[in-house]
Design a protein around this ligand. Structure first.
Ligand code: GLN
Length: 469
């Protein structure tokens, strides 16, 4: 197995035993990308020289010493472009600072390597909304990699790099992880600082890892978690060692299957895979119980009011004045704003801005935004009640395996509806992980394990049991 294809934990063992050097790993990552990423399209940019220089100086005594990590291109890395896969920022913006997640990765010895493709400004679930390039699903060419962190998932799945960071506002780490066959963790809201992540839906966004193994996910969470004075929504709760107890199994755990998640619309083969996995966990000592999350049917409508509302406000900073695209010779100030935005944003981003502006406008605010916030509370309460009865919840990640590219183009509603299983965890602020199951007809599929707020240890332990089989 090439070095770029290895897990972080195995690279770490090889590095500390002196078998390989950090330079060997980075050289292999560069070689893999240059020989194979032309067909996949996972990376938007990378700076091999800078990464090699960082590898020379790597401190191998640190927990992630010398390990290269791909970074979704909506997370700022000093000196690198940060395009958000948008024409608005392409060739016109270089990050002047590191996101806190990057500062923390560097402090743990890791080498942020390259920027990966995404749906423009993380709006989408196929990476087809990227304004810059398409990304193939490495496990199933011709199929979408999922999204919006499709570049990160594809980079790991194609074994171009051992691990990558993504962001998850409504499923954008878990869903591409499921479609590409890797592990994707969305931590609880506040567990990782959002400082330096280009904001989409500020009350929903979280950064998280995409990895080959559950252990690697825990290793990265160890480095990334913690409070940050620069993000007032980050939490100062102590950061446990997430790798500790990972192998203690599910014996004695209570796991819930929410009946609303197994209703019409779910591919029967996915349902079967999840049910047989639940049986296996039962045979390992877990107790499986049916639960109810009664407000699930309102989740898509609620999310597609709140997320665009926040996006319309967050994206108002892209106006041609300060960041990125600026129209030449505008007639007046208003034309500077409107022409720069018209030319810079793609159609899905415009759709979200229009939706968001509408639901926030006076006269409609109470009917849409305020009501959505109330329903959000009901969804959160559903989970609070469920987690009084169970330790974790098992669900599908998406209603079907990775669709063919272009199959939902022109039908945004189809994409929105397919987010049904992932968005509730963001609305509630809980954590969730997608862990690969046996592929279906050759296509990867993940199991989603949802946990209570700050319940990352529980879901990692359960995911590890699934992974171990
Ligand atoms: N698919 C969802 C959306 O389009 C989620 C995106 C995300 O998590 N960034 O909004």
């Amino acid at each position: 197995m090439s070095l770029a294809a290895s897990s972080l934990s195995s690279l770490r063992r090889q590095l500390t035993s002196g078998k390989i050097s950090a330079r060997d790993i980075v050289e292999d990552v560069i070689a893999q990308i240059s020989s194979r990423d032309g067909d996949i399209g996972a990376f938007l940019s990378h700076n091999g020289e800078a990464a090699l220089a960082a590898a020379e100086k790597a401190d191998l005594s640190l927990p992630l010493g010398g390990l290269p990590i791909g970074i979704k291109d909506n997370i700022n890395v000093e000196g690198h472009p940060c395009t958000c896969a948008s024409k608005f920022l392409k060739d016109s913006y270089t990050s002047p600072y590191d996101a806190t997640a990057i500062t923390k990765l560097k402090a743990a010895g890791a080498i942020p390597f390259g920027k990966t493709n995404l749906d423009e400004f993380a709006m989408g679930s196929s990476t087809e909304n990227s304004g810059l390039q398409t990304t193939q699903n490495p496990a199933a060419p011709g199929h979408i990699p999922g999204g919006s962190s499709g570049g990160s998932a594809a980079a790991v799945a194609a074994r171009l790099i051992p691990a990558a960071l993504g962001s998850d506002t409504g499923g954008s780490i878990r869903q591409p992880a499921s479609h590409c066959g890797v592990v994707g963790l969305k931590p609880s809201y506040g567990r990782i600082s959002r400082y330096g992540l280009v904001a989409f839906g500020s009350s929903l966004d979280q950064i998280g890892p995409l990895t080959h193994t559950v252990e690697d996910s825990a290793l990265l969470l160890n480095a990334l978690a913690g409070g940050d004075p620069r993000d007032s929504t980050s939490l100062n709760d102590p950061v446990p060692d997430y790798t500790e107890g990972l192998d203690s199994g599910v014996s004695g755990m209570k796991l819930g299957l929410p009946k609303e998640y197994f209703a019409d619309g779910l591919c029967p083969k996915i349902r079967e895979r999840i049910e047989s996995t639940a049986k296996k966990l039962e045979s390992q000592g877990a107790e499986i119980v049916e639960i109810s999350l009664p407000h699930t049917e309102y989740a898509v409508a609620t999310y597609y009011i709140i997320a665009p509302a926040e996006a319309s406000s967050n994206l108002s900073r892209f106006d041609g004045v300060r960041y990125g695209n600026r129209t030449e010779n505008p007639e007046d100030m208003l034309a500077l704003y409107t022409d720069s935005r018209e030319a810079g944003f793609g159609s899905e981003v415009k759709r979200r801005i229009i939706l968001g502006t509408y639901v926030l406008s006076s006269g409609y605010y109470d009917a849409y935004y305020l009501r959505a916030q109330k329903v959000r509370t009901l969804i959160r309460r559903d989970f609070q009640e469920a987690f009084e009865k169970v330790d974790a919840i098992l669900t599908p990640v998406a209603p079907e395996t990775a669709p063919k590219m272009g199959s939902a183009s022109g039908d945004p509603l189809k994409h929105y509806l397919a987010d049904i299983y992932t968005i509730s965890a963001n609305l509630a602020g809980n954590c969730g992980i997608s862990v690969p199951l046996e592929p279906i007809d050759g296509l990867p599929v993940g199991l989603q394990i949802l946990g209570p707020h700050l319940g990352e240890k529980k879901i990692l332990r359960c995911a590890r049991a699934v992974e171990a089989g």
